[in-house]
Design a protein around this ligand. Structure first.
Ligand SMILES: C[S@@+](CC[C@H](N)C(=O)[O-])C[C@H]1O[C@@H](n2cnc3c(N)ncnc32)[C@H](O)[C@@H]1O
Length: 244
């Protein structure tokens, strides 16, 4: 599909609206909140679509057609970008998520398009990707309760358990190493401002040049702002060159 790089195509808009309308919010309630799921989704559904679509437009300008994207921890908020990549750029997307209930709901809602969420560790992804999406995963308080507060600058020296923190940091570094190891160069990472340091650390250790984009994009669910990191050789306009 040829298209306008400054907005989403009408087919994408229609599919995004259709799929947000088809999600089983009752089943999603307990995935995202301990209580008040109905109210949460009434408030968040619109912003997920609106803010997700804004990131999708930005991403559309940066990615080439026909590449592959690895999505780590992709959920409801990632629908606009996943749909845009699939429908408008004819790219292959591999979204991974460890929450069974969310994966079931998403796959049911997406049955009409070639988009399948995988209930698996993203570290098991095979092959080369030219785009890695890893948003609010490495600082997730549910999965990393001892590391997450430090990522948000809220560490408490009195209660920090250094052994548990060290174990979680090893898991995060291993996941970053696996995912970054699959990334072609030049490549693009979409992440949050709180997670930049993990990607930057990997780049420094492997002597890979990187550039963090200046713009941040607000998000609807977790609330961590999204940014782009260009990895390897980067064109002047910030575009990532096609995979060879
Ligand atoms: C805090 S949620 C963020 C969800 C979504 N990215 C967002 O911003 O709304 C973290 C997600 O990462 C997923 N996750 C964590 N580690 C993962 C891994 N190794 N492979 C795949 N998914 C992972 C969890 O299952 C969860 O769905």
């Amino acid at each position: 599909m040829k298209g306008n790089r400054t907005k989403l195509a009408s087919v994408t808009r229609r599919l995004v609206t259709e799929i947000y309308g088809r999600l089983d919010y009752e089943a999603l309630g307990p995935v995202y909140c301990y209580e008040g799921g109905d109210e949460f989704w009434r408030a968040k559904r619109g912003p997920c679509d609106r803010l997700g679509s804004r990131v999708a437009v930005a991403l559309k300008k940066k990615l080439e057609r026909g590449g592959r994207s690895l999505y780590v921890g992709a959920g409801v908020a990632e629908l606009p970008t996943l749909i845009m990549e699939t429908v408008e750029l004819s790219r292959t997307v591999e979204p991974y998520n460890l929450r069974r209930a969310e994966v079931t709901v998403l796959n049911r809602a997406c049955h009409s398009i070639p988009l399948t969420f995988r209930l698996a560790d993203a570290a098991s992804a095979k092959g080369r990707f030219d785009h890695l999406w890893i948003v609010s995963v490495l600082n997730d308080p549910e999965r990393f309760p001892h590391l997450s507060p430090l990522s948000y600058g809220r560490g408490n020296p009195l209660t920090l358990d250094p052994l548990k923190f060290g174990k979680e940091r090893r898991i995060v570094r291993a996941l970053v190493a696996r995912c970054m190891g699959t990334l072609a160069r030049p490549g693009l990472v979409t992440t949050t401002t709180e997670e930049i340091l993990w990607i930057a650390e990997w780049c420094h250790r492997h002597r890979v040049p990187y550039r963090v984009g200046k713009r941040n994009y607000p998000t609807a669910l977790v609330g961590d702002p999204i940014c782009f990191i260009h990895i390897g050789r980067v064109e002047k306009n910030g575009r990532v060159k096609r995979l060879k």
